[in-house]
Design a protein around this ligand. Sequence first.
Ligand code: UDP
Length: 325
Amino acid sequence: MKLLVTGGAGYVGSVTSRLLLDAGHEVVVLDNLSTGFREAIAPDATFVQADIADAGTVLTPDAGFDAVLHFAGLIAAGESMHKPELYWDHNVQRSLALLNAVRAAGVPRMVFSSTAAVYGNPTELPITETATKAPTNTYGATKLTFDFALTSEAFAHGLAAVSLRYFNVAGALIREDGTAIGERHDPETHLIPITLQVAAGKREKLQIFGDDYPTADGTCVRDYIHVQDLARAHLLALDVAAPGEHKIFNLGNGNGFSNLEVVEAARQVTGAELPVEIAPQRQGDPATLVAGSQKARDELGWIPEKNTLTDMIGDAWAFYRSHVA
Ligand code: UDP
């Protein structure tokens, strides 16, 4: 298939691009490099540096794209509470421009990297696709809005749409030749990369946001999936996309890990002491988020293979040491 990957210079988009190329697809990466890294882009992909709002310049009716995989977007839940306008602009307004370009070009399929943050404070655990959608942060609200747009698009215009909703992605793609493709954000806000920065001596200490949540050790519990497992799910999603349907799958590990468990696993992997300071809760952070992925297992045939913290932090550390530190 000929595929457009938006956000192919970002973490999940760059790893997925490589698996798509490995599977024999033709990949065009569209990225404005506002948060992504040029060197992360798969070398065998064609790269177009442009904003998703201008996707129409690439998605022309005669370009023959079979699908768009949409990863480009802003992802920091904390930031989305302070700068909501940025999130509505990137994750909704510009994404709708992309959707218009998809329709105008007659692209039949779209796979959207959504988020399980659309569910907000869960009323059931693990969270299934039919759970109440009540995002507690602007990030989740903007992703849910685009999910709704995809549902309408499938209904009205026959798009074959698939949304994948997941929580925290971790790990790196380690290639056979030893190269690694992993996670980098600037500034870094995510827990695992921050623990690695502390382990590498780039930061003095780790702040844990809140130890007074109603969880076993008082810190938030999150569902982590390995980026390789997540990228595989995007390939499987392409296979099940069906005209006129918007299929939605939650992807999760089945297990949640508390923030302190993450720190402990990072200590084991890195051998570093990792001093921790307990800081106030972060706005918009629910206590426990664990996604159920039975539907993905049944309908996509997706089974997470690297689901321990040691798998994930071990690969992330390999990437960090070779590329970032
Ligand atoms: N977190 C933390 N300290 C940090 C960064 C994150 O305690 O320096 C916590 C955060 O409050 C949440 C969990 O780690 O409970 C995962 O947050 P992250 O930002 O990594 O991902 P998110 O769940 O927001 O997508």
